[in-house]
Design a binder for this molecule. Structure first.
Ligand SMILES: NC(=O)c1ccc[n+]([C@@H]2O[C@H](COP(=O)([O-])OP(=O)(O)OC[C@H]3O[C@@H](n4cnc5c(N)ncnc54)[C@H](OP(=O)(O)O)[C@@H]3O)[C@@H](O)[C@H]2O)c1
Length: 180
């Protein structure tokens, strides 16, 4: 089983994933008349499951659309006690040390994981558990909000494997963790 932890996320120029009010409308600030998904579908087809923080889960639940994922979603939370009934069978609560969390998910046959949510990604990075990051940069400075990155105990080298410009405005960099 291939085991890989991947990030696919959009940030502002100043590195935020949500604005000061938790909003993400700015993600759509560049006109996209042909609805270019900027590689999202291709990415999602190549993962087995998602691991997301409780706050990102609640954001997705708030969208006025049908549940958007066809793969199992593992929600990290110490405060949520149960998953709303309509998500049963699709969404699973999980917590504990990340290494144990990963063992549990792997034991269910899911190796290629999409890690989502700022705090969640930061915790994975603290333990050097991220293997690749696809970061899409929207040309806006938000000046505050939920950051993608935080302090971590040691430097982590990545190599750039692809860089693409979408809509003449949005850069997307695909980085792979460079382990010796
Ligand atoms: N720009 C983008 O592409 C993008 C993508 C995703 C999300 N977002 C936005 O980012 C915001 C959410 O990000 P965020 O950094 O605030 O939070 P997040 O990572 O989505 O959620 C944080 C929460 O996850 C839980 N958690 C994380 N690690 C855990 C662990 N090891 N064990 C147990 N629980 C754990 C905790 O929940 P409890 O407090 O319940 O314990 C924590 O408060 C939302 O506004 C969302 O819309 C933007």
């Amino acid at each position: 089983m291939t085991k890989k932890n991947s990030v696919f996320i959009a940030t502002s120029i100043d590195g935020y994933i949500a604005d000061k009010n938790g909003g993400i409308d700015w993600l759509h600030s560049i006109p996209n008349p042909e609805k270019d998904d900027m590689g999202y579908m291709e990415f999602i087809e190549n993962i087995d499951a998602l691991v997301m923080g409780r706050k990102t889960f609640e954001t997705v639940c708030g969208f006025e659309i049908d549940w958007p994922y066809t793969k199992p979603v593992f929600v990290l939370s110490n405060s949520l006690k149960e998953i709303p009934e309509k998500y049963l069978g699709k969404v699973f609560l999980i917590n504990g040390p990340l290494v144990e969390v990963l063992k549990q998910i792997h034991s269910k046959g899911h190796g290629r994981l999409y890690i989502d949510g700022g705090t969640t990604i930061q915790q994975f990075l603290k333990e050097d558990l991220i293997d690749e990051m696809i970061i899409t940069s929207i040309p806006i400075i938000l000046g505050g909000g939920a950051p993608l990155f935080s302090k971590i105990p040691k430097e982590l080298a990545f190599e750039l494997i692809k860089s693409t410009v979408f809509l003449g405005q949005i850069t997307q960099n695909h980085f792979r963790r460079k382990r010796k």
